[in-house]
Design a binder for this molecule. Structure first.
Ligand code: G3P
Ligand code: CA
Length: 244
């Protein structure tokens, strides 16, 4: 069965990468959430999509230059004109506590594409062990070096290689690196790519599945995880088409 995950925001209604958005995805019945992890200046793992905080908080900083205390003073509610009041971005610890309590799955994206955040893989691994979430989590990154670093620390955790281009022999590539999964943008998922991935025994986690056509196509391919800004619509379609 395809698992449906909320993609950092929910329906564009709630500020993205916030506890509020994650709670709404949970309430909608999603199987899990996808989100992006970076490190503050003092080495604390926090949730934020962009390396710079301007777009989502109106404050022009890099996450890496802020202490945790400064980071938690940011207001992601800013983009929604104060509609939700002061909404600080969460730490990874808060999100893991929430997911552990609710038995909610996570796809942790290590945001190591621009800044590599020395030690982030170990920090995330330690916290996964602390919360006992290693069996259900998926760890992914566009930085495949980072994925392999994580894999060496926690070989028992499923990992996926993120890509946003037309990659040839993606399944063979993932297999050669020991990555169980391939995580492509949904527009690069076609019959040929899916067949090659399946022939190589790889799982498929794809994003961002927002249109009805994309939802239907990914359910037809029985991808392992479909990540959507509209988990409620996706779940409805899954019930109609797959009875689940
Ligand atoms: O992990 C799926 C997707 O979130 C990757 O791209 O830029 O939305 O973080 P982005
Ligand atoms: Ca992401």
């Amino acid at each position: 069965m395809t698992l449906v995950y909320g993609h950092r925001g929910f329906s564009g209604i709630y500020p993205e990468n916030t506890m509020l958005a994650f709670e709404k995805a949970y309430e909608a019945g999603a199987d899990g959430i996808e989100f992006d992890v970076q490190l503050t200046k003092d080495g604390i793992p926090v949730i934020m999509h962009d390396e710079n905080t301007l777009r989502t908080t109106g404050q022009d900083f890099f996450v890496k230059d802020l202490s945790l205390e400064e980071f938690l003073r940011l207001d992601t509610g800013y983009v929604k004109s104060g509609r939700f009041g002061f909404t600080p971005p969460p730490t990874l610890r808060e999100v893991m506590a929430f997911c552990a309590e609710k038995n909610f799955r996570m796809n942790i994206e290590l945001k190591t594409g621009v800044f590599e955040y020395d030690g982030i893989e170990q920090i995330v691994a330690d916290m996964l062990k602390e919360f006992g979430l290693s069996e259900t989590v998926l760890v992914s990154s566009f930085n495949h070096f980072s994925v392999l670093r994580f894999r060496r620390i926690m070989p028992e955790v499923r990992v996926g290689l993120l890509e946003e281009s037309w990659v040839l022999n993606a399944g063979a590539y993932c297999k050669s690196l020991g990555a169980e999964d391939y995580n492509p943008t949904v527009c690069f998922l076609n019959d040929e790519t899916v067949a090659e991935l399946r022939a190589n025994g790889r799982g498929i986690n794809t994003w961002t599945v927002n249109s009805e056509e994309e939802m239907r196509r990914t359910l037809r391919y029985s991808v392992e995880i479909g990540i959507s800004n509209w988990p409620d619509r996706y779940l409805k379609l899954r019930r109609e088409l797959c009875g689940e």
